[in-house]
Design a protein around this ligand. Structure first.
Ligand SMILES: O=C[C@H](O)COP(=O)(O)O
Length: 227
C-alpha cells in the first residue's frame, strides 16, 4: 500500500469537543472546508470527534485525522480507541500528544510507530523547541508546535512568538529533515497563516477561529487567501 501524503501547505482544523463541533455542527464545518478547498486548491483537513470521522469522509471526501488514538492493541479494553478502529472509520492519521491530551514519551513513540506501520500519518504536538527536538527524533510525519498559553486566544503564535516557529523549524531540519512542521495557537487570519509558512512551516493546526465562527467558510477563505 502506498503511504498517505498530503499536499502542502496544509490547513488542519481540529474540531475539539466544542458545542459547535457536535452533530450538525461538524457537517457545517466539513461543508465549508470542502467548498473552500475546492475554490482555493489548498488542502484543508479536519480532526473531528470520533463518531464524525466516517460521515465526514463519506459525505465530503475530506482528509480526516483522529484527535487522539490510544496506544493499545485491540483486545480487552473498555472505552479506548485502538488504531485499527480509526483506520477502519477512514482516518488517514491522528493527532498525538495534543496539549489538551498529553501522553508519555513511551506512548508517543508507540503511536508514531503504529501509525507508520499502518501507513497512516502522525501529527505530534509540541509546546516548545526542546520538546520539538525530542519529538522530531521519533520521525513523525508532522510536528505541530503550539505554545499552550496562546491556544484558544486572539493573539496568534505567528504574531506573539515567531521565534518558537523558526526555532522549531531549525531544530527539526537538523534532526530529521523529512519531518514537516506545522504551527498553531490563535491562528485566525490569512496573515497569520502566511507568516507561519514564510517562517518555514508546512502549514497550520487551528481550531477556535473556524469552529466558533458564525460563517466557517468565510474564515477559511481568509485563512487561505494569501497562500
Ligand atoms: O488543535 C488546535 C490548537 O490547539 C489551536 O487551537 P486554537 O486555534 O483554538 O488556538
Amino acid at each position: 500500500m502506498k503511504p498517505t501524503t498530503l499536499k502542502t501547505p496544509l490547513v488542519l482544523v481540529n474540531l475539539k469537543c466544542y458545542t459547535e463541533s457536535i452533530g450538525n455542527g461538524a457537517h457545517r464545518i466539513a461543508r465549508a472546508a470542502r467548498e473552500v478547498s475546492d475554490e482555493s486548491g489548498i488542502t484543508i483537513a479536519l480532526a473531528p470527534l470520533y463518531m464524525d470521522i466516517h460521515p465526514i469522509i463519506h459525505h465530503y471526501d475530506i482528509p480526516v485525522f483522529a484527535q487522539h488514538v490510544d496506544p493499545v492493541e485491540p483486545g480487552a479494553h473498555t472505552g479506548r480507541m485502538p488504531l485499527p478502529a480509526i483506520k477502519s472509520a477512514g482516518a488517514i492519521g491522528s493527532l498525538v500528544n495534543h496539549s489538551e491530551y498529553r501522553l508519555s514519551v513511551a506512548d508517543i513513540e508507540k503511536n508514531v510507530t503504529a501509525l507508520r506501520q499502518a501507513q497512516m500519518l502522525s501529527c505530534v504536538c509540541s509546546n516548545n523547541v526542546a520538546t520539538t527536538k525530542a519529538l522530531a527524533a521519533l520521525g513523525p510525519d508532522y510536528v505541530a508546535i503550539e505554545p499552550p498559553e496562546l491556544i484558544g486566544g486572539k493573539m496568534s503564535v505567528s504574531e506573539a512568538n515567531p521565534e518558537i516557529i523558526t526555532g522549531s523549524v531549525d531544530a527539526v531540519r537538523n534532526i530529521n529533515s523529512s519531518v514537516k512542521v506545522l504551527t498553531g495557537a490563535g491562528i485566525h487570519s490569512g496573515t497569520c497563516v502566511k507568516t507561519a509558512v514564510e517562517l518555514g512551516t508546512e502549514g497550520v493546526l487551528l481550531a477556535s477561529s473556524v469552529v466558533k465562527a458564525e460563517d466557517p467558510a468565510a474564515i477559511l477563505r481568509d485563512l487561505v487567501s494569501l497562500l
